[in-house]
Design a protein around this ligand. Structure first.
Ligand SMILES: [Mg+2]
Length: 304
């Protein structure tokens, strides 16, 4: 019933590059922890080699934290763009509409082209054919993406009929009845698509439950393995490739999503410690570059 696309984290990145990066990254972690913001390089050369092409940049924990701009991030994006680097924002946050995300970007001092934003809601919608039906267990961003795709959206309180898919994303409107209706639709034959499986998302108050917790609830109740759309899974990788053929690096605060997406795209990963991973934490990944935040990374690439 379900075409499973839940991929294991990729192990295809070159072992030698990973090993080299691992050792260097741990050194950089110490630098970042001391506040120096020093970076590391693996087998891909110095940070200056990144000053070309398109950067895929995460939002939560990189540009903002729970919507509040991270100091220096907007200006750093501007410096990159003036140096000729395109910035493509890629977020697993499927809850806001595109307009809401653009508003947050503007408040963070960022301007970018209309094609320079991809979300896990976009990736989930792309997994469905125009004209199909989906029950949305998600926020306005999921509804919007499905409708833009030409998918007919059913409410999660709508017991009538079996949709082609149940699409689950982060929402604050998740009750036992929503879980019951969604799981029943999946048991009756609907695909279960999760926008992403991030267990948490970072806020100034700490880590709060993420979309992955809701997807897991529906998957458990329906006893299926969900298909997953966002970082680091294939639908998001395809969406990024469709928007940019010249990706240079993936920048993000979560190695399990941003770092593994970089592997899938075959490009270096730059860890920034302004979100899930903080200064002094173990990197937990083979990040080729490791900086305290986006501003420090951009300083190293194009100068302050
Ligand atoms: Mg993030």
């Amino acid at each position: 019933m379900t075409g499973i696309c839940q991929h294991e984290p990729m192990a295809s990145a070159s072992a030698s590059a990973s090993g080299a990066a691992s050792g260097a990254a741990s050194g950089a972690g110490a630098g970042a922890a001391s506040g120096a913001g020093a970076g590391a390089t693996g087998s891909h050369g110095g940070a200056g080699s990144l000053a070309v092409g398109t950067w895929v940049v995460d939002l939560d924990g990189v540009i903002w934290l729970a919507g509040d701009p991270i100091e220096g991030a907007g200006a750093a994006v501007g410096r990159l763009q003036r140096a000729g680097v395109r910035v493509l924002f890629a977020t697993n946050n499927a809850e806001p509409t595109d307009a809401e995300l653009w508003g947050r970007l503007a408040r963070a001092g960022v301007t970018a082209g209309a094609d320079d934003l991809v979300t896990s809601a976009h990736a989930a919608a792309a997994m469905l054919a125009p004209g199909s039906t989906a029950m949305s267990v998600g926020g306005p961003g999921v509804h919007e993406a499905l409708r833009s795709r030409g998918v007919r959206v059913l409410s999660a309180r709508d017991d009538a009929g079996v949709p082609d898919a149940v699409v689950v994303g982060l929402t604050h409107d998740f009750t036992y009845d929503v879980l019951r209706v969604a799981a029943t639709a999946v048991r009756r034959g609907a695909r279960l698509i999760g926008t992403n499986d991030d267990p948490t998302h970072p806020t100034p108050q700490g880590l709060l439950p993420g979309s992955g917790a809701l997807v897991a609830a529906v998957a458990t109740a329906a006893e299926v393995v969900p298909e997953l759309a966002g970082k680091p899974y294939q639908p998001m990788a395809e969406l990024v490739r469709a928007r940019a053929v010249d990706v240079t690096v993936v920048v993000g605060d979560r190695p399990a999503t941003d770092g593994v997406l970089a592997q899938r795209l075959g490009v270096p990963y730059a860890l920034v410690r302004s979100g899930v991973v903080r200064s002094g934490d173990p990197a937990g990944s083979d990040a080729e570059f490791d900086y305290v935040d986006l501003a420090a990374l951009v300083d190293a690439v194009v100068g302050p």
